[in-house]
Ligand binder design. Sequence first.
Ligand code: MG
Length: 225
Amino acid sequence: MIRLPFRDGFYEVKPSKIICLGRNYAEHAKELGHEIPKEPVIFLKPPSALIGPEETIILPRKSQRVDHEVELAVIIGKKGKNIPRAKAMDHVLGYTILMDLTARDIQWEAKEKGLPWTVAKGFDTFGPIGPRVVDKRELDVNDLEIGLKVNGEVRQLSRTSKMIFKIDEIIEYVSSIMTLEKGDIIATGTPEGVGPLRHGDFVEAWIEGIGVLKEKVLAERSILC
Ligand code: MG
């Protein structure tokens, strides 16, 4: 169970699904060689990928390259289907940080073969979340610094104002396809600067006004007997 500080107590992270946006920052779309999308690109990450703050990211044996991606995560507070943009914010509880870890080599291969990204995005520990949930009324997320460091070195640094599709548009789009349940999480895409993690690394992802999400990194082969 993952519990994050929220208001005067805790929030239990228990989504029915995690919806992730791909290519939602123009510079990141470019660095991976993609056009800027005309409508949101979405995929699902399994809730079993979640880990809390100050835990351990495990680099799976099946991948030779796992990339970090820092993202602003929206937590849904009220169920809805076909939510119009103007009502979208009524369905938001608050915000946190999610690292959308990606087995990039497996994703490249999937893209080449026209296969889904489920494997590349779905390993256990590929969804660190935290360090707390901020009430939507306490934070305007339209223009916040978002960044990520590995071993103290800045790798990603941008602003949430550079998101191509904004939160209300994303909620409108996603809820036109699938019902958003209370507790669901939407990860809104990563800015440029994605790159590989290695055994022994220490990762810090931050968003202004939310905090810093810290994780260690270990290779699966180093911990299996
Ligand atoms: Mg991502």
